[in-house]
Design a protein around this ligand. Sequence first.
Ligand code: HEC
Ligand code: HEC
Length: 215
Amino acid sequence: MSVRSWSYPVVLSLAALFCAALTPPAQAAGDTARGKTLGYTCLGCHGVIDYKNAYPTYSVPKLVGQHPEYIVQALKEYKSGERGHATMHAQASSMSDQDMEDIAAYLSGTPIKAAAGAAAVGTPPAPVATCQACHGLNGIGIMGTYPTLSGQHADYLEQALAEYRAGSRRNGIMGPFASQLKAEDIKAVAEYFAKQRPALGTLARPTTRYSAAAQ
Ligand code: HEC
Ligand code: HEC
């Protein structure tokens, strides 16, 4: 499989380099019970199947089965402004690191893993030869800070890649990779990862008196 300008071995050694640089010190797992209390309001959007963000319209990302480390990283990026989404900035800005750990432990549930020897669903589009060094052929992030993409909403993945390419989502790793993708590549890789299995999921929101508290 050929990739436009990155050779597979180069990307693999880059991935190893990033792994070495980014591996956080071993952390205690978050407190799921505390996370459930703190994370209740999140379900107003993340607990509604196929719920959509408005203006621009795209699906709210699935979090069940995601790596908790990545959820914490994403919340820190919203808090710092590296990711610009206004609602998520508001949600994250009052959280402590411990709040983030606990909420991430609750929302991620059991992180999904690729079944041993699992084949890809469908034919991987050419750029996947690059992506798989970090996101796996099946879209399962090979380490905690590499998000799992498997079964994520295709329109959300497209939105994320378009934002990396435009620079409105600032990330030193994904910016350069996304800038090499054409619009049709973005669509093809998003559709490919969205149909991989096992899939990320949505935590069902219990119906309660909090149901209206979606903001
Ligand atoms: C009003 C709806 C809404 C609420 C409430 C909400 N979110 Fe979000 N969340 C979104 C949307 C929309 C996105 C995608 C934003 C973007 O494009 O960056 C998102 C993105 C995220 C992401 C990034 C996922 C990824 O794959 O990168 C995380 C993590 C997250 N939210 C966690 C939370 C937590 C934790 C709470 C509760 C404290 C919460 N959200 C509350 C709508 C919401
Ligand atoms: C060297 C490792 C590496 C490679 C190669 C790589 N990624 Fe990523 N990817 C990451 C990291 C790390 C993040 C999280 C960045 C952040 O915090 O915003 C990420 C985030 C993403 C996201 C956002 C997911 C979300 O839930 O918001 C998408 C989509 C994505 N990558 C797709 C791709 C595609 C498509 C390719 C191939 C063209 C690719 N990546 C190649 C490491 C990599």
